[in-house]
Design a protein around this ligand. Structure first.
Ligand code: FAD
Length: 497
């Protein structure tokens, strides 16, 4: 039997700092590089055409780099176990290399299936950790030290120029345009030019311009939806789809040694959060569908389809909410504060279960990363029971983070002519004012669907009541031990006296 090392690409679409690729190269065997086009991914309610486009762009770039060395990344329609089976039938002895994916329930189930198949067929599958995530971690005491150690290690060197080619790729089984064809068959998902392009080169371009220049305005841009587009790193899609690793970013920062120390510190803490949140999901995958603190199960059980639709379409009648939603739908990006505000509005003001809106935003975020998305959604919805409850006032957010109204005007052209106070609170216009500005509420722009102050007051009451309930309080200790580091936990206890 001839040996072959199969490198299975998933959310690790790069050729550098790639532990699995490095190990396959070290095996000295011919190497087959493959991306599986899986129905579970294509059909998942979190997947959108914009994600496929990003993956297609990332694969295309890898192919350009591999081509001079006689390699490519093949695409296989189906599960990796089907491909391994085929290789066995063709007389090959495959060995499988991949990264550990902290994915959705479907990818977890797939991994269990692949593991079982490998065991049954005597195929060795070696998985490598992703960034600072520790598989099977039950409590957090070791986590910080491991994170630091991992991100400080030297990145793996690029080895793609030295791989031994695999000559058994059959045209019948392995292709290079499957995902692109599928993506092309889907309805248009926005104007591609408004989205960040996928691929390692684009990721490095964003990283380099950030560490050399854009970092200097990081702190003052982070909460502002327009300034953040330039002042934040915009690395999230590249980290989410694995064009870059956190380690590469940390090393680029160390090499550049930027002088803006406070901005740098702020940014590094976000990189840390990247892994911290994914670790929560890795340790507790039920976060995908149920409240982390089940003491919150009794509230917000009814969906109002008309309100949900208004929220999804950016037609709630609250300009800051609608502009944020429209901008993320059109460009795939929104800064952290506005993401939080959208979830706060959905779950607190509209009193909808977070599950009702989680897939819609997953589809909009180009950087959709299940390990951050689900825990963040629950945190903003207040269903973890261990964080401070935040109910963002959309009018105040507009005043503070879009002081000149340019973000609102960009995304709500129907309100562009309004003076600032009415631009933020159009419901305060009288009939006469509507006439003079040429904006008819209910026709040109929706009436607001709730009274936000009254809704926030009610939500606060319910949420605090639930947070203090014995059912919710009884779970706090266990949640803290599992998801918060020992140091932060001690500080927290100290803070609570
Ligand atoms: C409801 C909700 C859902 C979110 N879903 C995602 C998601 O699917 N994918 C995703 O990458 N981020 C998500 N975030 C976190 C955050 O909003 C984005 O990471 C950030 O806005 C991306 O822009 P940036 O790369 O310019 O970030 P920067 O501010 O430049 O931060 C650098 C990197 O740090 C990480 N990071 C930054 N903020 C956070 C945070 N609050 N929590 C965890 N990691 C963080 C990201 O990897 C980011 O790329 C979500 C936040 C909320 C409130």
């Amino acid at each position: 039997m001839k040996s072959v090392s199969v490198v299975w690409f998933k959310r690790d679409l790069r050729l550098r700092d790639h532990a699995a690729l490095h190990a396959a190269w070290k095996s000295g065997q011919p190497v087959l590089l493959v991306y599986c086009v899986e129905q579970e991914f294509l059909n998942h309610p979190d997947t959108a055409a914009r994600h496929l486009r990003f993956v297609v762009q990332s694969l295309a770039q890898m192919r350009v780099e591999l081509e001079p060395y006689g390699h490519t990344v093949y695409e296989f329609s189906g599960g990796i176990d089907d491909l391994l089976h085929y290789l066995l039938q063709q007389g090959y002895q495959p060995q499988l290399f991949s990264h550990q994916e902290t994915g959705l329930w479907t990818t977890y189930q797939r991994d269990l299936r692949v593991q079982q198949w490998c065991t049954d067929h005597g195929v060795v599958w070696t998985e490598f950790p992703t960034n600072g995530i520790i598989r099977g971690l039950k409590e957090r005491s070791r986590w910080e030290a491991t994170w630091r150690k991992r991100v400080e290690q030297e990145p793996f060197p690029a080895v793609h120029a030295e791989l031994v080619p695999f000559d058994g790729a059959s045209d019948r089984m392995l292709h290079t345009g499957l995902l692109a064809a599928h993506a092309a068959s889907l309805p248009e998902d926005g104007d591609a030019r408004l989205f960040q392009p996928g691929g390692e080169a684009a990721g490095w371009a964003y990283l380099n311009s950030f560490v050399r220049d854009r970092l200097r305005t990081y702190r003052r841009s982070i909460s502002k939806p327009q300034a953040a587009r330039r002042g934040c790193s915009r690395l999230s899609p590249y980290l989410a789809w694995g064009n870059l690793t956190v380690r590469q970013v940390m090393h680029a920062l160390a090499d550049a040694d930027p002088p803006w120390r406070q901005d740098l510190q702020f940014f590094v803490s976000r990189l840390h959060w990247h892994c911290h949140f994914i670790q929560k999901f890795e340790s507790e995958c039920r976060l995908e569908w149920e409240n982390l603190n089940t003491g919150f199960d009794a509230i917000r059980n009814e969906v109002r389809p008309d309100w949900l639709e208004a929220w999804c379409d950016g037609k709630t009648g609250f300009p800051m909410i609608d502009a944020s939603m429209r901008s993320v739908c059109a460009t795939g990006y929104l800064n952290f504060r506005m993401r939080s505000m959208l979830v706060s509005f959905l779950t607190h003001h509209l009193w909808q279960p977070w599950q009702a809106g989680v897939h819609h935003l997953a589809q909009q975020f180009l950087d959709f990363e299940p390990g951050i998305h689900y825990p963040q959604f629950q945190m903003q919805a207040g269903t973890m029971g261990v964080n401070t409850l935040r109910i963002y006032n959309p009018v105040k957010q507009a005043e503070e983070n879009d002081p000149d109204g340019s973000f609102l005007r960009q995304w709500l052209p129907e309100l562009a002519e309004l003076p600032l106070p009415f631009l933020r609170e159009p419901w305060k216009m009288t009939e006469l004012e509507m006439l003079s500005y040429g904006v008819r509420l209910g026709l040109d722009y929706p009436n607001r669907i709730v009274d936000h102050e009254e809704a926030a007051r009610k939500a606060r009451e319910f949420l605090w009541g639930t947070k203090r309930s014995p059912a919710a309080r009884s779970q706090v200790g266990q949640i803290l031990a599992r998801h918060v580091s020992a140091r932060k936990n001690a500080k927290r206890r100290g803070g609570q006296g």
